[in-house]
Design a protein around this ligand. Structure first.
Ligand code: SF4
Length: 157
């Protein structure tokens, strides 16, 4: 994982940038094995609570579940989809969690094997639209990594 976070990105497979533009498929908002849950830091919950003009406790009680001490968004029963997925669109796009903002530039998928075997096969946005520079990708990787560290710090068993 550390290799994706080096300051020198010139040796990474994505050093020339990667084309990605969300096609609104909603695929990344459905449960997918280990990528199933949308985990939430306290900052994520606060931003979403503000969006609904709720207190963070009320937001958490209404929209979140906890698994192994980590808060995550509830899923719609019977559909394994995020509770905020409306049709194929995010119903809280402006306030969406960090995990959704940084997709698909996550440390655990930015290796060529996972990218080609997994991400490319279910995300129709890969290879389309805007070319994201190595700097942008690196920034997203760092943001996601820092969010993951916060999640571990904030874990409440
Ligand atoms: S919060 Fe929005 S972008 Fe994130 S999984 Fe739910 S519907 Fe998708």
């Amino acid at each position: 994982m550390e290799s994706q976070l080096r300051n020198d990105v010139s040796k990474e497979w994505w050093s020339e940038g990667v084309r990605f533009e969300c096609q609104g498929s909603g695929q990344c908002c459905l449960s997918r094995g280990e990528y199933g849950f949308v985990f939430l830091t306290r900052e994520d919950r606060k931003r979403m609570a503000d969006h609904f003009q709720l207190g963070i406790r009320e937001f958490t009680k209404t929209y979140c579940d906890k698994t192994k001490g980590y808060f995550h968004l509830k899923e719609e029963k019977g559909r394994d989809a995020c509770v905020f997925l409306k049709g194929k669109k995010c119903g809280i796009y402006e306030a969406r969690p960090t995990q959704c903002r940084t997709w698909p530039f996550w440390p655990e998928v930015m290796n060529s094997k996972t990218w080609n075997k997994e991400v490319k096969t279910f995300c129709p946005g890969v290879g389309k639209g805007k070319l994201h520079s190595a700097e942008e990708i690196s920034k997203n990787l760092k943001m996601q990594k820092s969010s993951e560290l916060a999640l571990h710090r904030q874990r409440k068993p």
